[in-house]
Design a protein around this ligand. Structure first.
Ligand SMILES: [Zn+2]
Length: 389
């Protein structure tokens, strides 16, 4: 029988965290306020970086500022539950056998709960090197929170050097990941000229134009498959393009005026989104010229861009994580994280956390209770080794 989970401090904390419905489009100030209060109660200095109404990043720090300290980071938002077949309330932490089930259990409130409890287990008054917590918003819809935080810190505190040794606690099943692609999203607006569908020669069909654009995007994607990088670390070792959404036309008897494609691109580390988009623009140019001659147009608009991650294999804190990892090798993951943006501050993020990405974003997302305790113990030891010794 499923039961509401509790019974140990870290499980109780996780139960609190998942009870706030922080699906990305919603405000998350209540959860952020709770995490700020917990950090203050542990003796940390707390900064709140509000980026929009209801949207805030939390930075908490303790100990003397030092680039040789430790930074732990996670995102506070979660993905939606609509349309998913959950067998219990996704916002009530529910114990089922050895699993803790809730939205965000593994991605990634479990890590946040473990980090909060680890901070409480260490005497933060006597740190020799700085410990920093960074809790971000809107990671799931394009790493917007970390992007805004990086911009704010660069503008407002240009002298500040945060600890380089950074752990992003996304679910990696306790494997250490140093590399992942970025994620850039954009729309291609295909504009036509409307007409009565009985007289197609008077119009210019935006959906047919979009079909040609899709074929062109696909041919670019095939060309990118030849530019391989990091084949040893990535299952898909090249930049991928995905036409993920299409929206167009208004009625079956009207030659459509507009069709919008939303495209995702995941540049491999070493590839840059800007030049890739410029190359796509070049490939679109002949089609655009033809569209304009017919009274239509093609417009590419950037929605967001989060950076790839490529932390050096020899970074100092890999050795700190190895005793707590399932394997000593540094690996790559296919998904983007806040680590790509945070690396822009000179940090060296490694992605390392409890739980499996295979159950994240799915109904009955869960974390094994033993893994939550293991993460808490590991983070406690890692803080002690890096900041206290
Ligand atoms: Zn995540």
């Amino acid at each position: 029988m499923p039961e509401a989970a509790g019974g140990s401090p870290v499980v109780d904390t996780l139960a609190r965290l998942v009870a706030w419905d922080t699906v990305s489009h919603r405000p998350l100030t209540a959860l952020a306020g709770y995490l700020a209060d917990r950090a203050e109660a542990a003796g940390m200095r707390v900064e709140r970086f509000e980026t929009a109404p209801g949207k805030v990043n939390i930075v908490a720090s303790a100990g003397p500022p030092s680039p040789d300290g430790l930074l732990l980071s996670g995102h506070m938002d979660v993905v939606p539950v609509e349309g998913q077949a959950w067998t219990s309330d996704p916002f009530v932490l529910t114990r089922r056998d050895d699993r803790l089930v809730a939205r965000g259990a593994c991605d990634m409130k479990g890590f946040i709960a473990a980090a909060v409890e680890a901070c409480g287990a260490v005497d933060l008054r006597h740190l020799r090197r700085e410990l920093v917590l960074v809790w971000t918003h809107d990671e799931e819809i394009g790493c917007h929170g970390s992007r805004a935080l990086v911009d704010r810190l660069r503008a407002e505190q240009p002298e500040r050097q945060l600890p380089r040794a950074t752990i992003i606690g996304e679910p990696t099943d306790f494997r250490i990941c140093r590399l992942h692609p970025g994620h850039t999203t954009f729309t291609i607006e295909c504009l036509g000229r409307p007409a009565h569908s009985s007289r197609p020669s008077l119009g210019f069909n935006a959906i047919r134009l979009a079909a040609e654009v899709i074929a062109l995007v696909d041919s670019f994607a095939v060309a990118l498959e030849d530019r391989r990088a990091h084949s040893d670390l990535l299952l898909t070792p090249y930049t991928v393009l995905n036409v993920g959404r299409i929206e167009g036309g208004s009625a079956v008897n009207i030659v459509p005026e507009r069709c919008t494609l939303t495209v995702g691109m995941r540049p491999v580390p070493g590839a840059l989104a800007g030049p890739l988009l410029a190359e796509l623009e070049d490939r679109l140019a002949p089609l655009r010229a033809r569209a304009r001659a017919e009274g239509g147009d093609l417009q590419l608009k950037l929605l967001q861009s989060s950076e790839p991650l490529d932390t050096p294999a020899g970074c100092a804190h890999a050795d700190l994580l190895r005793p707590h990892a399932d394997a000593p090798a540094l690996v790559g993951v296919p998904f983007a994280t806040d680590g790509g943006n945070l690396a822009q501050l000179g940090l060296e993020p490694l992605v390392f956390g409890p739980g499996s990405i295979d159950v994240a974003h799915r109904p009955d997302e869960h974390l094994r209770e033993a893994d939550l305790h293991r993460a808490t113990a590991a983070l406690t030891r890692i803080i002690e080794a890096r900041c206290c010794a």
